[in-house]
Write a protein that binds this ligand. Structure first.
Ligand SMILES: *Cc1c(COP(=O)(O)O)cnc(C)c1O
Length: 402
């Protein structure tokens, strides 16, 4: 399917006055419902990226759209200077989902990560008794936690870091997947460990069995907070509410984002028990839009969807189907398939075209996918995708690889 002149013109127009911090595939989308979107070329495309898992419930989920519409007409923002009538429910809904006491709402994922880091440092000084200005939070190779200066400072990806320093100190990085490496890096100044239960941007890297449980044990032994960045892995993507659930690991701090806003508004949150959360006092942290009425209404509706358990089940069932189909791809084209639930990183074999080229071929076959790292195609469709559409998408991938 060739890129139409109209699409070319729209892309050129966007290029003219936008920063060039992305290199999007040549498609311009005008509408969407469920797992499908329509381009301005009139073509229907199957979305198997789902906004990096911000669209776990699909485009324009009727229940979420209805809540958002109603709320937009009534009240959207008060700022946290005044309370609004959606705030209490949102906080108790998210706390219940996480089985924790308290919720600190923010907007984007990166802000929530920064919030969790501030919380952990304050807890380290006020409760653990680490000497001021010395707190360390251990991070991992291949991590992705967003794009702020603080967060890219401990990225191990040169593209994310280079040219943006100087960075705040106190974030040593250790090998992901190795409990021994983590144990060796813990010092008297360590206050927390920040981990993705599955590394999404690194190419859907699933750590070895037992790793998260070992991290939990080390945190317990050394009195460290375990902060789980479940922004991409959480809220149904892996077949459980949280990726940590697969190892029955309960972190001290959950960081949530992406799907929490239902693909409608940015909603993120840091969730912890009182003994941790209460180290932050009025005036010490905040956000103008964090916890706004529209975000809270949509976020609560997202929790209601997750509490039915339907979406986790869809992710499990469809994920099994997806991984069975992907396992049949020829080994001279695909060297490895990683992932859990409805989430897969398809590693291209040596000598294959780049993941970007395969994604361009998929676009021509009406499937929207995105490369993760150089040789990885990420498959993470909305959890509402039909089994037939999922099968079709993998057929298109097989064709694109042939
Ligand atoms: C997307 C993502 C973030 C950053 O979220 P933004 O909303 O883009 O700031 C942080 N952590 C993980 C694991 C993510 O996937």
């Amino acid at each position: 399917m060739p890129v139409t002149a109209e699409t070319q013109a729209a892309l050129a127009r966007a290029d003219e006055h936008s920063a060039h911090n992305y290199s999007p595939l040549p498609v311009v989308i005008e509408s969407g419902a469920g797992a499908w979107v329509r381009g301005i070329d009139g073509v229907e495309y199957l979305d198997v990226l789902a906004g990096y898992s911000a669209l776990n419930f699909g485009h324009a989920h009727p229940a979420l759209v209805a809540v958002a519409r109603e709320q937009i007409g009534r009240l959207t923002l008060t700022s946290r200077a005044f309370q609004h009538d959606r705030f209490a429910d949102f906080c108790s809904d998210v706390a219940r989902l996480c089985n924790k006491d308290a919720v600190l709402p923010m907007n984007t994922g990166a802000e929530a990560v920064e919030t969790a880091l501030k919380l952990a440092r304050k807890w380290g000084y006020d409760i653990k008794g680490v000497e001021r200005e010395r707190a360390e939070i251990i991070t991992f190779t291949g991590n992705f936690h967003g794009r702020t200066i603080g967060v890219v400072g401990f990225s191990t990806d040169p593209d994310a870091r280079d040219g943006f320093g100087p960075f705040p100190p106190g974030f040593p990085s250790v090998e992901y997947g190795s409990a021994e490496a983590l144990a060796a890096a813990i010092t008297d100044d360590t206050v927390a460990v920040l981990v993705e239960p599955i590394q999404g941007e690194a190419g859907v890297l699933v750590p070895p069995d037992g790793y998260l449980a070992a991290v939990r044990t080390l945190c317990d032994e050394h009195g460290l907070l375990l902060i789980a960045d479940e922004i991409q892995s959480g809220l149904g993507r892996t077949g459980e509410t949280f990726a940590c659930d697969h190892e029955s690991v309960v972190p001290d701090v959950y960081v949530l984002g992406k799907a929490l806003g239902g693909g409608i508004v940015p909603v993120s949150a840091v969730v912890a028990n009182r003994d941790v959360m209460d180290v932050i006092h009025p005036g010490q942290h905040g956000s103008t839009f964090g916890g706004n009425a529209l975000a809270c209404a949509v976020g609560s509706a997202v929790v209601r969807l997750l509490e039915t358990g339907e979406y986790q089940e869809l992710s499990r069932d469809l994920g099994e189907h997806l991984h069975r189909l992907l396992a049949e791809l020829p080994p001279d084209r695909v060297s490895e398939v990683r992932g859990r639930g409805l989430w897969a990183g398809v590693q291209l074999a040596q000598g294959q075209p780049s993941a970007r080229v395969i994604c361009e071929r998929l676009l021509a076959r009406r499937v929207l996918a995105k490369d993760a790292h150089e040789g990885t195609i990420r498959i993470a469709p909305p959890l509402v995708i039909s089994r037939a559409d999922l099968t079709w998408a993998v057929e298109q991938l097989a064709d694109a690889l042939a």
